[in-house]
Design a protein around this ligand. Structure first.
Ligand code: DGL
Length: 268
């Protein structure tokens, strides 16, 4: 048994979708969440920058005596996993492997779409992982940079979202893909819109949900689950204005964010 908290990292607020899944599947675990809100978006930055930002953020989380790091951010998972494993000696779970595995399990025709930020798609991280698990897979990756601002505006179910999604996803439709990895923290919020574009005929894979399952299995296997019987405590740190995070984050979690603090991250 291990009662230390789980550290969850994201470039901003989107990683709360992963935290929400963790809270549902592992209600007794304490969590320390860090959102690098001062430096979001990661999705349009170079690999070198994403690695540097992520390592600074992870070093901060380590000061909170965490037992594992969950990289909720798809872009950071895609670009910084290797460096993270080299630098830290606690378990590190990213969203790529769980998302890829679920897509491979779901597809019937081995035609898989991956959508994400430019950084995630260009890194080929999902594509390589899916191909390793299913060498015959036909994989089409599409960057959808307008999806993040659409979700942050709260427009995920609007006509604008539908038009943008139809435009981005045309190639996937033409290739008759049967499963799509929602490879960005914000995209699960667009699932109804994306489903509508495909007339309900596509499997939508949510890496946030899959990752929480992997975290649970890993903690169990290593005998590191919390022994607490009460609900776990969640505390939040951000690198920019805590007030807006508190407001928008509370909506995502459907729960008020109480403990939140701003930290300076650059010198770590
Ligand atoms: N959290 C990022 C991801 O999942 C999206 C936002 C960003 O670009 O930083 O890729």
């Amino acid at each position: 048994m291990d009662n230390r908290p789980i550290g969850v990292f994201d470039s901003g607020i989107g990683g709360l979708t992963v935290l929400k899944e963790i809270a549902e599947q592992l209600p007794g675990e304490d969590v320390v969440y860090f959102g690098d809100t001062a430096r979001i978006p990661y999705g349009s930055r170079s690999k070198e920058t994403v690695i540097r930002y992520f390592l600074q953020s992870a070093r901060f989380l380590l000061t909170k005596n965490i037992k594992a790091i969950v990289i909720a951010c798809n872009t950071a998972s895609a670009m910084a996993m290797e460096e993270a494993q080299k630098e830290f000696d606690i378990p590190i779970i990213g969203v790529i492997e769980p998302g890829a595995k679920a897509a491979v399990a779901a597809t019937k025709n081995a035609k898989i779409g991956v959508i994400g930020t430019k950084g995630t798609i260009n890194s080929q991280s999902y594509q390589k992982t899916i191909r390793r698990l299913l060498p015959s897979a036909e994989i089409i990756g599409v960057a959808c940079p307008l999806f993040v601002p659409i979700v942050e505006e709260g427009w995920e179910n609007s006509d604008v979202a539908f038009m943008v999604a139809r435009h981005y996803l045309l190639e996937l439709k033409e290739h008759n893909i049967d499963s799509i990895v929602l490879g960005c923290t914000h995209y699960p919020a667009l699932r109804y819109t994306i489903d509508k574009v495909f007339d309900g005929k596509v499997n939508l894979i949510n890496p946030a949900y899959e990752t929480a399952k992997v975290v649970k299995a890993m903690l169990k296997e290593k005998n590191m689950l919390s022994s607490k019987l009460d609900d776990g405590k969640h505390c939040f740190y951000v690198s920019d204005d805590p007030e807006s995070f508190k407001r928008v984050g509370g909506n995502i979690l459907k729960n008020e964010i109480e403990q939140i603090e701003k930290v300076t991250i650059e010198e770590l």
